[in-house]
Ligand binder design. Structure first.
Ligand code: BGC
Length: 546
């Protein structure tokens, strides 16, 4: 167990996923940038988030939205300069907002000088072996293809050197060869470079795929965990214990939890399997899917934390569900086949919830009350829509909607110059779904989110309390207690489309009073008898047990 972690800030955080490109354009070229994001730091502060996760901002051919890095050491000029980055970090910190950046180390772009150099270097040399080569495409047979709508093999033939190279994602993203010690050394250097800018954390993209081993799925192999332990030790030795590592390991809970190690690998890890089950439970009007996955989720070291989320910049992934459940999700949430991509759904929360405020609020209430640090996806705080007719996952990456003016207030460029068009779908048109409109309306989604974030921050039980599931006879109701030494909170959620009644056994709290936490309404006193509550369709309560 690591002893160096001095500040567990990430366990108490509210993280906002921020793609620079989509947020705010300061120089009218149609692409969001660092100076734009600096201008919007006040907005983020007011929203109440305590950390931002910046998507890749490095030089890149942008064939995978910057997850195809061509230079790890600077800022892509379309987003600004290193000085702008420095200013962004300083501005964020002044407002109490930490900065997490993306570290894509599984692969580079094929435009990275390392790849070009590898092709020129003699076979067997360290430079050539920065990547994974083979004379035959039969090696590592059976390893699954992740971008299955776009690639039909994990090997691509390089006609110049007449060998195949390995890639888990697009063919223009060759995988680095982590068996080469020089590669591992380069990764340490990159981390040191950005840590010196005062970065608070790194999201480790695609981390289960670092090493390849014959006869395995080439995922989660022991060597990957050994490397992460080395990386963590290196960071603590050089930079102290406050830099957080957030794994992207889209795996079943047990495999996923392995990325915490003994508290000596990653500090955080996305809870991928929980996410689709929140959606499944809502369609089945039944709590079982959620209960089962929580049951399967192992205890994790006390310095570690799950990152929970409803949506992100990728498709809503259905990799961690059964085949049957995947079809259920596609049928229920993506009747329009255009919304289906790879093993997932390229829609935003608002569309998945049919634009229903009630459902969006219910889902967010679960996000903010279940164990784990909530990660919000930009735009979901205003119920922004999407456009699944755009390429790949672009439909959930459209410009942030600031107001009803030109380009949704995102940019003053010619609308044809925008990196992606703004959402004009009649149901989610930027003219009505935007920050300015919602700033003015007292009961808007944005104001509600601010309030929920505020309550979350004020209540340690919601952030870090233990969770005890309750099992009332009405299985349409999900209920649990979050408790820490200073307080106890009861969460009750109606997953059903109709009003429901529930009786909860709270006899161990008999004699104590309850209070609804959002509007501070006094609720009934708890007695030895079943605690009876009625809930509207998709309604929920957070009750403080005083
Ligand atoms: C990122 C994706 C990206 C892929 C390849 C992921 O898991 O979230 O957006 O396309 O890694 O880098």
């Amino acid at each position: 167990m690591s002893t160096h972690t001095t500040d567990l800030w990430y366990k108490d955080a509210v993280i906002y996923e921020l793609p620079l490109k989509s947020f705010y354009d300061s120089n009218d070229d149609g692409i969001g940038d660092f100076r734009g994001a600096i201008d919007k730091l006040d907005y983020l502060e007011e929203l109440g988030v305590t950390a931002v996760w910046l998507l890749p901002f490095f030089p890149s051919p942008l064939k995978d939205d910057g997850y195809d890095i061509a230079d790890y050491y600077t800022v892509n000029p379309i987003y600004g300069t290193l000085d702008d980055f420095r200013e962004f970090v300083a501005g964020a910190k002044r407002r109490g907002i930490r900065v997490i950046i993306e570290l894509v180390i599984n692969h580079t772009s094929d435009q990275h000088p390392w790849f070009k150099r590898a092709k020129e270097a003699p076979e067997g040399s360290s430079f050539r072996n920065f990547y994974v080569w083979s004379r035959s495409a039969d090696k590592y047979e059976g390893v699954r293809i992740i971008f299955k709508d776009f690639e039909d093999s994990n090997w691509t033939w390089d006609p110049e050197i007449e060998q195949y190279y390995w890639h888990r994602f697009y063919h223009h993203q060759p995988d680095l060869n982590f068996d080469n010690p020089e590669v591992r050394l380069e990764i340490f250097k990159i981390i040191d470079y950005w840590a010196d800018f005062g970065v608070d954390g790194f999201r480790l993209d695609a981390i289960p795929y670092l090493f390849e081993r014959e006869g395995t799925s080439c995922e989660n192999v022991p060597e990957t965990h050994a490397f992460l332990k080395e990386l963590r030790a290196h960071i603590e030795r050089k930079h102290g214990g406050e830099i957080m590592l957030l794994a992207e390991a889209n795996m079943w809970p047990k495999d996923s939890a392995a990325y915490f190690g003994e508290g000596d690998e990653c500090h955080m890890n996305f809870h991928f399997p929980l996410m689709p089950r929140l959606y499944m439970a809502l369609k089945r009007h039944h709590r079982q899917d959620i209960v089962d996955i929580l049951d399967e989720t192992p205890e994790i070291p006390s310095v570690c934390q799950w990152a929970t989320f409803l949506r992100n910049h990728d498709e809503l992934t259905l990799e961690m569900v059964t085949e049957m459940d995947r079809w259920f999700m596609w049928e229920e949430y993506a009747e329009n086949h255009q919304a289906r991509i790879n093993l997932g759904i390229r829609l935003r929360l608002a569309r998945l919830m049919d634009g229903s405020r009630r459902k969006m609020e219910l889902m967010n209430s679960l996000l903010f009350s279940m164990p784990g640090t909530p990660v919000l996806y930009y735009g979901d705080e205003i119920g922004m829509g999407d456009n699944c007719y755009l390429n790949d996952r672009d439909g959930v990456r459209t410009p942030m909607q600031w107001n009803a003016n030109l380009n949704a207030g995102f940019s003053n460029a010619n609308p044809q110059e925008l990196y992606l068009p703004v959402v004009i779908d009649p149901e989610f048109n930027y003219r009505t779904i935007n920050v300015e409109v919602q700033e003015k309306r007292h009961r808007s989604m944005l104001q509600w989110m601010r309030k929920m974030i505020g309550i979350y921050k004020d209540h340690p039980a919601l952030r870090s309390g233990d969770m005890q599931l309750l099992f009332p006879a009405n299985e349409r109701i999900l209920a649990y207690i979050r408790s820490c030494p200073s307080e106890t909170v009861l969460v009750v959620a109606n997953l059903s489309y109709k009003p429901e009644v529930v009786e909860l056994d709270l006899s161990e709290y008999a004699g104590r009073s309850t209070r609804e936490m959002i509007y501070e309404t006094p609720f009934p006193q708890i007695t030895d008898r079943p605690f009876l509550l009625t809930l509207g369709a998709y309604g929920f309560y957070w009750l403080q047990i005083d």
